[in-house]
Design a protein. Structure first.
Length: 201
């Protein structure tokens, strides 16, 4: 099992980083919120998880142990696969997700594309006790890595629902928010859509 990788960022795709390690390029899937902060040529160290499927082996990467631990907790929930777990990490910061579970905040959990009310209830049922224990033993350190504001997360979720990949959607939202920090949600989505449309031409 590949537990850790450290190397240079060779390239970025919509949902992954290509990490060059001793002349070998590893494609590592990452949350969109983390990908938006990366640049080709930078050095990067990642904690990783290797998922085996019948048709492929996929490598997932995380900037710290807390993020990887949450990913592992998520995929332990019935009906939650690595792709859905990565979407959750792309839309919600770690501390947001933990608080949503502890406070049984179904409304916040269902802002994640693909998470309906029943799945949100299952996440709470299966993770609440485990998360309470983890938070008691190791207090959460705010990640500070999720792009923008709550409106930013909601905008990314809306764009993903419209068919855009989390990576490009997050980058577009980040660009708009950097220029207009106080922008309202609906205007943020409109401006991000304009950027994404221009990139497709």
């Amino acid at each position: 099992m590949i537990a850790f990788l450290s190397g240079k960022i060779a390239a970025l795709t919509s949902d992954a980083v290509i990490l060059e390690v001793n002349g070998i390029g590893f494609e590592v899937l990452m949350p969109a919120s983390a990908l938006t902060a990366l640049r080709p040529g930078e050095q990067l160290a990642l904690y990783t998880y290797l998922a085996h499927r019948e048709d492929a082996m996929l490598l997932y990467g995380f900037r710290d142990q807390q993020e990887k631990a949450l990913f592992m907790n998520l995929i332990s929930v019935s009906g939650i696969g690595p792709k859905t777990a990565l979407t959750i990490l792309s839309v919600l910061a770690l501390e947001e997700f933990y608080q949503a579970i502890l406070n049984e905040d179904i409304k916040l959990l269902t802002t994640v594309p693909g998470i309906g009310q029943k799945t949100a209830q299952r996440l709470i049922l299966e993770l609440q006790t485990k998360i309470k224990k983890e938070v008691a033993e190791t207090p959460l350190v705010p990640s500070g890595r999720r792009t923008g504001t709550r409106a930013g997360a909601d905008a990314v979720a809306a764009l993903v629902t419209l068919g855009y990949q989390p990576g490009p959607a997050g980058q577009a939202v980040q660009e708009v928010e950097s220029k207009q920090p106080q922008i309202e949600l609906q205007d943020l989505i409109k401006e991000a859509l304009k950027l994404l449309a221009s990139e497709r031409k």
